[in-house]
Design a protein around this ligand. Structure first.
Ligand SMILES: [Zn+2]
Length: 410
């Protein structure tokens, strides 16, 4: 492909990646308010529904501004050849191509993060604050940022180092070698997430003896599920939104409940939430999604391997000659629609898994307590009651509340 046509293609793909998601957001937010369904009558008031609409709308305007800003900056960088100019500037220092690549990505990372910082700040301290979700302080906010930088420097930097080294040293063979490594890494992160990563940001304490704990353990024993650890996470330090999740395989399985979840739900509902999570485990959902992510990563690496050694992309981004980092950056942009399609597939699978986990909880514990828990959760987070079907198809990793309730309550 010629350099000029590739530039046009990039602009087209960037525009597509900007317009389509924003249009879906627009569809979602512009749906007229409908009346409160009977099943939610006790949970939702007219005021609460209006507040939820207002929250959706505020987030839509915010997303429109941030994504327009990101789109314009990226478009300028591509059409004005700024990425290439940065490459030429870095090459002027006279380091090896390998060091140049590290400097290039480091710089892009820092600049894009600095540019997005005011938006993050606004979202947390203005929007989430206004709707009563924000619990974080400015101190924690910036401390989190610093920790995240350190983590990306160590983990992201380390992976990038190996990735670039493989490309430079192994040539076209790099893709499957890095794929193997990425696979090992994904398993490690999953096993070690609660042990290594989470404690950097939150405090985990074992769930104290008492009614909740004994009910949870009693249910787990009934379905033949051994739980080694139930932790309570201080989610309330940052947000009023509640959650629960599982991590690890085999003997290392850990259940993590947010303190906010414990405060908002009676013991029966907590058992139902646990039953749902155990359902994911029993149906091997985690293993399936890991396997599929692995296939996705492999596909993208293979495609990258087909094109990363060509000069055209570097030239199209304004570089003066072949450069690995310009190519990687260019192809991440070029593959964005493919990544989006893969994401739709993953979301579809995830929604299917959610229904199955709900079904498991219904069969082994009962549909009612889970339905009740979902109502409380969803009303508290001001989530949309009647989402647009297209929006759900593309973006929802969980089925809409009413669909889940229908199956749980039938
Ligand atoms: Zn689930």
């Amino acid at each position: 492909m010629e350099t000029q046509s590739l530039s046009y293609l990039l602009v087209g793909v960037l525009t597509f990646g900007f317009v389509v998601p924003l249009f879906l957001e627009y569809l979602q937010v512009s749906l007229p308010s409908s009346k409160i369904p009977d099943t939610l009558a006790e949970y939702l008031s007219v005021d609460k529904l209006a507040e939820s609409k207002s929250y959706q709308r505020t987030n839509f305007y915010f997303k429109a501004v941030t994504s327009s800003f990101t789109f314009l900056v990226t478009l300028l960088c591509v059409t004005q050849g700024w990425f290439g100019a940065i490459d030429i500037w870095i090459a002027g220092f006279g380091y090896s191509p390998f060091i140049n690549s590290l400097l290039f990505f480091g710089l892009i990372f820092v600049v894009s993060d600095v540019l997005s910082l005011p938006f993050d700040y606004y979202s947390t301290f203005v929007i989430e604050e206004k709707f009563g979700f924000n619990k974080t302080t400015v101190h924690t906010f910036f401390l989190d940022k610093l920790k995240a930088y350190a983590l990306s420097l160590v983990v992201g930097g380390g992976l990038l180092l190996i990735f670039l080294w493989l490309i430079h040293a192994m040539g076209p063979q790099f893709w499957w070698q890095f794929w193997l490594l990425a696979g090992v890494f994904m398993v490690l992160v999953n096993v070690g997430y609660t042990a290594w990563i989470l404690p950097l940001f939150n405090t985990l304490t074992p769930l104290a003896e008492g009614e909740v704990r004994s009910k949870l353990l009693h249910y787990a024993a009934k379905v033949n599920f051994s739980i080694q650890h139930i932790f309570v996470m201080d989610g309330s330090r940052r947000s009023a939104k509640a959650n629960a999740f599982f991590s690890g395989f085999g003997k290392q399985k850990k259940v993590v409940l947010y303190d906010t979840l414990l405060e908002q739900h009676p013991p029966e509902e907590l058992v139902a939430v646990l039953a749902h999570e155990i359902g994911h485990y029993k149906k091997r959902h985690l293993k399936w999604s890991m396997l599929i992510s692995l296939i996705q990563v492999g596909t993208l690496l293979f495609l990258l391997g087909q094109v990363v050694f060509s000069e055209t992309m570097s030239l199209a981004l304004g570089g003066s000659s072949w450069s690995v980092h310009l190519n990687i950056l260019g192809f991440t942009m070029l593959f964005a629609p493919l990544t989006m399609i893969l994401g739709i597939g993953m979301n579809w699978l995830s929604r299917k898994h959610e229904f199955e986990a709900d079904q498991y909880a219904k069969e082994t514990y009962g549909g009612k307590p889970l339905a009740e828990a979902l109502k409380t959760l969803s009303v508290k987070t001001l989530s949309t009651i009647h989402p647009h079907p297209w929006y759900v198809f593309v973006n929802y990793s969980h089925p809409p509340l009413l669909q889940r309730l229908q199956r749980l309550e039938e």
